[in-house]
Design a protein around this ligand. Structure first.
Ligand code: ZN
Length: 269
């Protein structure tokens, strides 16, 4: 047996049992591998399960689903079926709908009340991003934790879909520019439809001010280092809070991509 047969299911570090045990039990969390599509909880379960002989064999045979249904105390949960159902129910999205990070997010489902709120709040960027990430197929960014310097984005290049690691700076920059564009559209739409109802223009004036404020915030973000760093922390946290859903999308996307390969093989390339 290969001595380096144990591994961390999060960062894919491989070594002998004592090293891996020390690694997964250390205080400092390791960096998620680009190929890892387990949630934090699944990583913990898989990491602990490999130190148990019976479970270890199952991992070697690739029966990950079975292992994932074993809790951290290594007690077999009898409701494997139920757990599978829960997982499947969660993934209701058609993965083809998962939006590429280089495209605009889908804001067609915005409620009237949410739009109205964006017309008056000073926190328009963070509020819009939170609303956007409530829609599953918008969830295309995975940021691990506060200390992360990089994150994963889902990306389509021509017809090729992939997860790519890019810097937090790039993620937040792109996010702010996209949010700015979408906020501007929301304000412009409001201004063009509201004109005829707003007899003394008072609300239109307000929305115009709101639009200017939104522009100013982006300018400050792009030019003022202090503001930029603060914004990065705030936006980063929103992504971290949505991490579990984003990982479930990744899991679905990657298994889908594998299926594509199989189909291509059958067609003989
Ligand atoms: Zn690790």
């Amino acid at each position: 047996m290969n001595i380096k047969n144990y591994k961390c299911y999060k960062c894919f570090y491989e070594s002998r049992i004592s090293n891996v045990k020390a690694h997964v039990n250390r205080k400092n969390k390791c960096k998620r591998s680009i190929d890892c599509n387990y949630t934090d909880q699944e990583c913990d379960i898989l990491n602990q399960a490999q130190f148990d002989k019976d479970n270890y064999k199952k991992i070697q045979n690739g029966n990950l689903v079975e292992i994932i249904n074993i809790d951290t105390q290594n007690q077999i949960i009898n409701n494997i079926q139920n757990q599978n159902n829960i997982t499947n129910n969660h993934i209701t999205i058609n993965i083809d709908k998962l939006i590429s990070f280089n495209d605009d997010w889908d804001i067609d489902n915005l409620k009237e009340s949410q739009k109205n709120n964006l017309l008056v709040t000073n926190l328009m960027y963070t509020q819009l991003l939170k609303i956007i990430l409530e829609t599953e197929f918008n969830n295309n960014v995975i940021i691990e934790n506060k200390e992360s310097t990089h994150g994963l984005i889902f990306k389509k290049v021509n017809n090729h879909k992939q997860y790519e690691e890019i810097s937090i700076d790039e993620i937040i920059n792109e996010s702010m520019i996209k949010l700015h564009k979408q906020l501007s559209t929301i304000y412009d739409n409001f201004l063009s439809t509201n004109e005829k109802y707003d007899s003394d223009n008072s609300f239109s004036d307000h929305v115009l001010k709101q639009k200017n404020l939104t522009n100013q915030k982006l300018t400050d973000f792009l030019n003022n280092k202090k503001i930029k760093n603060t914004v990065i922390d705030i936006v980063k946290k929103i992504y971290i809070d949505n991490k579990e859903d984003a990982i479930l999308n990744q899991k679905q996307a990657l298994s889908n991509l594998k299926n594509h390969t199989v189909i291509n093989l059958k067609n003989g390339y």
